[in-house]
Every structure is written in structure tokens, then in C-alpha cells.
Design a protein around this ligand. Sequence first.
Ligand code: NAD
Length: 312
Amino acid sequence: MITKVLIIGACGQIGTELTAALQTTYGAANVIASDIRESDLEVFANSPFEILDATNKESIKACVEKHQITDVYLMAALLSAKAEKNPELAWDLNMNSLLHVLNLAKDKLIKKVFWPSSIAVFGKNSPKKDTPQHTIMDPSTVYGISKLSGERWCEYYHQKYGVDVRSIRYPGIISWKTQPGGGTTDYAVEIFHEAIKNGSYTCFLKEDTMLPMMFMDDAVRATIDIMNAKSTEVKIRSSYNIAATSFTPKELTKEIQELLPDFTINYQPDFRQAIADSWPESIDDTTASTDWNWTASFDTKAIVSEMITNLK
Ligand code: NAD
């Protein structure tokens, strides 16, 4: 049977690049991109595009039936910083969209679901360094609470109804083609744009705030790899830790200065500092490596080089 994928929230930071990668994998005609808003980026002109509200179950069902969708990638969500400003909307979008999609899989209208979780599922009492796959999880943000609840629902639907749902906990994602959508790691993208445009950046996190990060190409490859893994290899149906690198704003600045020596940074921490302080500094992704061969390709130096070369 032919694979036909629907991406919900396709116009976001990750969805845009995932759409392009899925077009290459399955052919543009077999990729349906959807979002609550339109985008004039070229990638969306190559495939069918639908305006779709992820909180509307009937609209998703109609779209799935219309295009005979087999796999859904649910990328729509309110990210950490935005969610703190609008907790109820975040809960409604992040939870109900997932339940709608899981129910379509339970009813056998679709075969496979990808839903991303986040390092935000961890909290103040989780080990900060090399945070293990299984550990204390006590998120203090609305976003983290919604992601941890989502993970529990994914595992429940798999165990109880046999739903083939796959998930990874993305760290902060760094990309040059698309802008971030309102998360706590957004600084690590903004810094490059400002470094090239203005030669300076005011960072909303303190200089020594260490967070796990990943280049977009690695994140997209992880997403496609876990979806293409044999079902028996995907042993964890809540969500997998994955990791690439970790750095502080100060360390990132040093790397940028290797290529742009005049770049300067100053720090004005805001409400996002408290969110960052509750998250891990680094992630242990041994289980993903063992189960479906995950390994990252881009370290901090490689990310900085890619970002500056491409943005210039
Ligand atoms: P983003 O904010 O850039 O994109 C989200 C997209 O969803 C946007 O295009 C938005 O228009 C769309 N959307 C919002 N409400 C919608 C609705 N009701 N119906 C349909 N679409 C709607 O987010 P992203 O960075 O691309 O993140 C994608 C997923 O990955 C999310 O689940 C996010 O939590 C997760 N994630 C992202 C990061 C990161 O660093 N970017 C890290 C961890 C997890």
C-alpha cells in the first residue's frame, strides 16, 4: 500500500523542513501539508495544501478521508514561552489535537502517527546532566505538562488499542531556513540572525544557561528514521530521548566569534530564564541508539558553521 502522509502544523519551524524531506522520501503528490495559516514558501506549492485546525476532529477526519492518508505527523503545538502566556489555549491545542489523531488511528483510519515530545517533560528534580530515558519527570511549565501527558496518552493508546505511535523528545532545534515559533531555546537561532545583521545580540537567558540543542537536519532525519524503523524496534511508545549537543549562550558566542570576531553579546534574562532553569543540561540518548540506531551528525562547531555560511 502506498504511503500518504498528512503534516498538521506544516508551516512551522520543523514542519516546513519536514515537509520538504517527506516530499523527497514519498514524492510530493503523496505529502499533504496543512496548517491553520497559509505560507508562501515554495515547498508548499509543490504538494497539496489544506487549511486545517488541529483542534477540530471532524476537519482532520475529513482531510484524512479525502486524501486517503496513512501516516500523520502532528507538529501543531503552542511552544514553551507562548504556552506560559496562554495556558488554556496551550492545553487545548497540545492535548486535543493529539487525542483526535490517536482516535483516528484507534478507529483504523490511519496506520501510523508521529507526535513530538520535548525535553520540557523533565523538571527540577530530574537529573540535570545526561538525563536518562526513565527518571523523575516533574515539569513546571504548561508546555511540559502537556507534553508529559501526551507521552502517557501515546503509550496508553499503543498498549490498549495497538496504535502505532512514535515519538521523540526534541531538544532546542536550530535552523536557518525557518524561524523558531516561541520556545525557550529560540535565542540559539536569533543570535545568528542578529550576529550577521547587526554584529550584536541581547540574549534573554543568562550566559551560563546550558541546554540541549540539535541542528534541524538531525531532527528531521531522526523523525523520518523512527517512522521508518520496524515496529518491533520501537520499544518505547511514550517518547525517546535524543541528543546532539549542549551549550551555554557564552559558549555559543565563543564559537560564533571564531567566524565573526567582532560579534558582541549582552544579557537581559526574562521570564524564559525560569523555564530554562527547570530543564536538563544534557540528555542520555543511549536507548534510541540501541533500539533504532539513532546518532546525531552535527556538533556545536558544525552547527555554527552551517548557520553562518547559509545565513550569509
Ligand atoms: P512552530 O510554532 O514553529 O510551528 C507550529 C505550527 O503549528 C505553526 O505553523 C502554526 O501555525 C501551527 N498551528 C498553530 N495552531 C494550529 C492549529 N490550531 N491547527 C493547525 N496548525 C496550528 O513549532 P515547531 O518548532 O515547528 O514545533 C513542532 C513540534 O515540535 C511541536 O509539537 C513542538 O512542541 C515540538 N518541539 C519543537 C522544538 C523546537 O525547538 N522547535 C523543541 C521541542 C519540541
